[in-house]
Design a protein. Structure first.
Length: 117
């Protein structure tokens, strides 16, 4: 019987560039890491895995909207900092009745939604 989601994986072509983006620019808490994969947000239930796309099927998943949404505090400040660092936004910060949202792309073009409720 399935109990929960352990992790969600985003495939990339360049681990060092991904490390800079996810760890330093987004500021995600790091977990385990090998030369082929990194894990973020340990101890929070579901983790975010970043994995080198080594197989043809995985390579086809690089550079798309991932469907991953990250909950963020102080989203406006984060967006300002990411913009200053040259991070590409595919959807700019928008204020809605339910909160704020922006969509960023990692160095391989994988898109992630950032939301503040």
């Amino acid at each position: 019987m399935v109990e929960k989601i352990k992790n969600v994986v985003v495939f990339v072509r360049n681990i060092p560039n991904a490390r800079t983006f996810y760890r330093e620019q987004l500021g995600l808490e790091p977990g385990g890491e090998t030369e082929y994969m990194m894990e973020f947000l340990p101890g929070q239930g579901t983790t975010l895995g970043i994995s080198l796309a080594m197989h043809e099927a995985a390579q086809k998943l690089v550079g798309r909207h991932t469907g991953v949404t990250l909950s963020v505090k102080e989203l406006e400040e984060l967006c300002q900092r990411l913009t200053a660092q040259g991070v590409r936004f595919t959807e700019p910060l928008e204020k809605t009745p339910w909160g704020k949202m922006a969509v960023v792309a990692d160095p391989d073009g994988n898109e992630l939604a950032l939301v503040e409720m």
